[in-house]
Design a protein around this ligand. Structure first.
Ligand SMILES: Nc1nc2c(ncn2[C@@H]2O[C@H](COP(=O)(O)OP(=O)(O)OP(=O)(O)O)[C@@H](O)[C@H]2O)c(=O)[nH]1
Ligand SMILES: [Mg+2]
Length: 434
């Protein structure tokens, strides 16, 4: 909280004019939201309709002169661009406009840096920022200095700018990037160990995924009684939070994690790989959308989430669609949603509407992922039998001369683990997957 407030005071003096380019309509409302989250005031906007941004200056020359004038009139001291700029575009824009230019990626990275709390989250964000900066070699010294990396003897800063400084900067940045990657690999290993523990307990895992601000954390709280932080700002949650919940007697683990956005900087997708793995490996992904916005916007957000899920290799996981913020939706829109998204479960994480149906939906989706097993457990494997009972609600068991014959439906991971006890061809996990 504190550093957030410091963040906004620090930036309160920034007044941005937002700009964007698109062949048809340009909507800069999300860029305004991002800037609001980052504590930057918006004093105006300008859009240019064209097939694609100018490769050298983003806007065309004529428009650029207009922009310079508009920035002066709006008393803006910053230009915020709705796309990621090429280093060349950024340099040229700054030169021609005479005020700093910041692109969408830099704004998102800045918000992430502000919101990162855990050690891992901070490493991930730093890695993403360094990779973004490496392409630009701008402000790198301040970055490394802030981290206390310190300058070497006879510091390169004293030598003045030049090829050699850029080379040294690059080398330092690359060293730091490798160090960060190493440390993140270690946290990834720890996470894998934790997951193995969890797999032993064989609890089904459900991951909440969705656009930032859709209400994922609010839903986690509503379903599990957790008290994860919730705020009306973008990217409030960065670190995954996992809580247990029970549906019809069966325990589940529910994970809430970082939200997605259109044009999510690829540096972040890479850096948050370990975090996003929770989503990739879930038994079920619950896709939470804010259904209180209009249909086009909602579909745009859903598509952005689908794209990121594909990108992280979670595209083929079983999926459940949740239409959130029902308390803000009128009858007409409800009807529209019923027709347009018949599979979607309408809920309000805030009022609790629809949460029972959601619970049933999760159970149903999870049951669909279960596999039939037919096992013969020797009598000296009593421990394994107890383990099986823990994870599979209803088992059919008969004692035979050779051991206990067990039939039932269990999670795929469990079927896999017990496959060596399988009796019939369709009972064992290893036969199924082939
Ligand atoms: N009206 C209404 N508001 C909701 C509902 N669910 C969440 N919100 C609000 O939406 C905002 C974002 O909620 P969060 O739960 O923080 O959303 P999130 O998806 O976790 O967002 P990030 O962590 O930033 O990606 C907050 O202001 C919530 O109070 C709902 O069902 N109805
Ligand atoms: Mg959240």
């Amino acid at each position: 909280m504190d550093s957030v407030q410091n963040g906004s005071t620090r930036r309160a003096a920034q007044r941005a004019l937002t700009i964007g380019v698109a062949p048809d309509e340009v909507d800069l409302s999300e860029l305004r939201e991002l800037l609001r989250t980052a504590g930057v005031a918006v004093t105006g906007e300008m859009v240019q309709r064209r097939e694609r941004p100018d490769p050298d200056r983003y806007f065309g020359r004529g428009k650029l002169a207009e922009l310079k004038q508009a920035a002066k009139e709006a008393d803006a001291n910053l230009i915020a661009v709705d796309d990621e700029l090429l280093p060349r575009q950024e340099r040229n824009l700054e030169e021609e406009l005479g005020i700093p230019v910041i692109d969408r990626t830099a704004i998102i990275l800045d918000i992430f840096a502000d919101h990162a709390r855990s050690a891992e989250g901070k490493l991930q964000v730093e890695l993403a920022q360094l990779e973004y900066n490496l392409a630009r070699m701008r402000g790198l010294w301040t970055h490394l200095e802030r981290l206390g990396a310190g300058r070497m003897d006879g510091g390169i800063g004293t030598r003045g700018p030049g090829e050699s400084q850029i080379e040294t900067d690059r080398r330092l940045a690359r060293n730091r990037i490798s160090a960060l990657r190493r440390r993140l690999r270690d946290t990834k290993a720890t996470r894998a160990t934790m997951r193995r523990e969890r797999d032993r307990a064989a609890l089904p895992t459900v991951a909440l995924a969705g656009y930032t601000n859709a209400g994922k954390s609010t839903l986690l709280n509503a379903l599990t009684g957790a008290t994860v932080g919730v705020r009306d700002r973008l990217f409030h949650t960065l670190d995954p939070n996992t809580r247990a919940m029970r549906l019809d007697g069966r325990p589940y683990l529910l994970t809430d994690t970082v939200g997605f956005i259109r044009k999510l900087p690829h540096q972040l997708v890479d850096a948050f790989g370990a975090t996003l793995e929770e989503t990739r490996l879930a038994d079920l992904i619950v896709h939470v959308v804010d259904a209180s916005v209009d249909e086009d916007e909602m579909v745009g957000m859903m598509r952005a989430v689908d794209d990121v899920l594909d990108e992280i290799g979670a595209g083929d996981r079983p999926r459940l669609l949740v239409l959130n913020k029902a308390d803000r939706i009128d009858d007409e829109r409800r009807e529209e949603l019923r027709f347009g998204h018949p599979d979607g479960i309408l809920v309000s994480a805030l009022t609790g509407e629809g949460l029972d149906q959601l619970g049933e939906g999760i159970e149903r989706a999870f049951r669909a992922t279960l596999r039939s097993v037919d096992l013969l457990l020797p009598f000296d494997q009593g421990g394994r039998l107890a383990e099986l009972h823990d994870v599979a609600g209803d088992l059919d068991r008969t004692d035979t001369a050779e051991g206990v014959r067990v039939r039932g439906r269990v999670p795929a991971t469990v079927a896999e683990r017990f496959s060596r006890f399988a009796v019939s061809a369709d009972g064992g996990g290893s036969h199924n997957g082939a």
